[in-house]
Design a binder for this molecule. Structure first.
Ligand SMILES: Nc1nc2c(ncn2[C@@H]2O[C@H](COP(=O)(O)OP(=O)(O)O)[C@@H](O)[C@H]2O)c(=O)[nH]1
Ligand SMILES: [Mg+2]
Length: 452
């Protein structure tokens, strides 16, 4: 039998109300003990509210006025008896009530423990449980939609279809391994086709799930260029406030400054970097190292050049240092245009924008270009998001199927069967059907807040 847990489910601080949640077999008894005037357990009717006062049974002092609701097992979030106590939101009172609950025998819940119980009691599969976190953390409407669909089982249903298919194939193969004489021989061509079908579907889901995940994990954009070309000015323009210090002196930005903005529903971490050039100064050179790192790991680089100057060694060296996607930004066109892009290798492969951060010319077009690029990255149609754990397991499931396909015709049938069953196991792990070790379970729920 599980114990009874409690937590404050609303965020800390001052608010209209605060909600304390109690879940477990003793929820009603424990809460009843701190109500005043005293109530019997019968007072708690499923799915109804009643008004009461909260009082420490050992003291003669009312703590607050409250509304109590009761959801009876299994018809509650956790699948257990759940009592929720709404009190006045404040700095101290909810904490005092929480202490009372603990004194009466409830245990303070761990982060995500309510949701973990929902999973353990079969109210949610592990995919849905994880989507609760996505929903809480969603920073855009699109993110909310993706998380909600996942919570309602959209992804679970798709993966279930995969599982059913694999289960069917596994039975087909196993029948040949076990009762070779009694069943018609295996049509290997057909089996291969079906395995390829499954493999392609898995690949598609991994890719789609990765794109969808960008709505939660976000993407990174780094502004890169030699000193004094206007990186910090552009950074501030894109943020729409003066975050980075701008001066006419080269080497002003010595570290990477990062801020998050939402573009097209996608959280974008924008990095302003130290101008990259040869330098003897220690602080500046550490900043430059960081800038290089950020530029390498970013999804997109905005490469800024001073359009009013000729391209020099510093621009060229830096350009050659980069590998990934980038957008070329020719800034300061209000001072005239002198650049000759042919000095930059393969510059014509990338989108180029002429702008002036001072007059604002071209900025809108640049922003549209950035949006387009983000769209390409997350691509409309990223219909669901996979967490890193889900992605890793799905990839492994796919690898097992690939091994089965490769082995067909060459290796014994029971080995093929082994790969297919391993793949099935990985899928089951995603759902949480396979026995999952306590540490892994805890690591899944540890990112949740207390009270969820
Ligand atoms: N004329 C002109 N000056 C600019 C423009 N953008 C930035 N600057 C100036 O260039 C200098 C360096 O800008 P800053 O953003 O600090 O460059 P960073 O070193 O690349 O971060 C500052 O004096 C800015 O005001 C522009 O579009 N036109
Ligand atoms: Mg700067």
């Amino acid at each position: 039998m599980r114990d009874t847990i409690c937590a404050i489910s609303t965020p800390p601080g001052i608010g209209g109300i605060a909600v304390l949640r109690v879940s477990g077999p003793d929820a009603v008894n424990i809460v009843a003990k701190i109500l005043y005037p005293p109530v019997k357990a019968e007072k708690f009717k499923p799915n109804t509210l009643f008004h009461s006062f909260i009082k420490d049974p050992d003291k003669d002092e009312i703590l607050d006025e409250a509304v109590i609701s009761f959801m009876k097992a299994p018809h509650s979030y956790t699948g257990e008896d759940v009592v929720e106590i709404s009190v006045h939101g404040g700095r101290l009172v909810p904490k005092l009530i929480l202490e009372l609950l603990i004194k009466q025998g409830a245990r303070l819940a761990e982060p995500g423990e309510f949701t973990k119980r929902a999973f353990l009691n079969g109210k949610l599969d592990l995919i849905q449980a994880r989507s609760v976190l996505d929903l809480i953390e969603a920073r855009s409407r699109r993110g909310v939609r993706i998380a909600l669909e996942k919570l309602r089982g959209k992804l679970s249903r798709r993966l279930e279809e995969l599982r059913d298919k694999l289960l069917y194939l596994l039975k087909e193969i196993e029948a040949r391994v076990e009762f070779e004489e009694d069943v018609p021989p295996l049509d290997e061509t057909k089996l291969k086709e079906e395995l390829i079908y499954v493999k392609n579907l898995i690949d598609k889901y991994v890719e789609e799930g990765e794109r969808g995940a960008l709505y939660f994990e976000g993407i990174e954009i780094a502004i890169v260029g030699k000193p004094n070309v206007g990186k910090s000015t552009l950074f501030n323009k894109l943020l729409r406030y003066e975050r980075a210090i701008v001066t006419p002196y080269a080497g002003t930005t010595r570290d990477v400054i990062s801020e998050e903005i939402i573009i097209e529903g996608v959280p974008v971490k924008l990095h302003d970097t130290a101008g990259i050039r040869e330098t003897r100064e220690l602080i500046e050179s550490i900043g430059i190292e960081r800038a290089k790192r950020v530029a390498t790991s970013a999804h997109l680089v905005l490469f800024v050049i001073d359009a009013s100057q000729e391209i020099d060694e510093d621009d060229i060296n830096l350009w050659n240092l980069l590998e990934g996607e980038r957008i070329l930004v020719l800034n300061k066109i209000d001072l005239g245009i002198k650049v000759d892009l042919s000095k930059l290798k393969n510059a014509d492969r990338f989108k180029t924008y002429l702008i002036s951060c001072i007059t604002g010319e071209g900025l809108e077009e640049l922003e549209t270009g950035i949006k387009e690029d983000i769209h390409q990255n997350v691509e409309v149609g990223g219909e669901f998001a996979l967490s890193q754990r889900e992605r890793a397991l799905l990839l492994e499931a796919g690898q097992e199927i690939a091994s089965a396909i490769q082995g067909l015709g060459g290796i014994p049938l029971d080995l093929i069967s082994f790969h297919v069953s391993m793949s099935l196991r990985k899928l089951n792990e995603i759902f949480g059907i396979e026995n999952i070790p306590e540490e892994i379970l805890n690591s899944i729920f540890k990112d949740f807040c207390i009270g969820k």
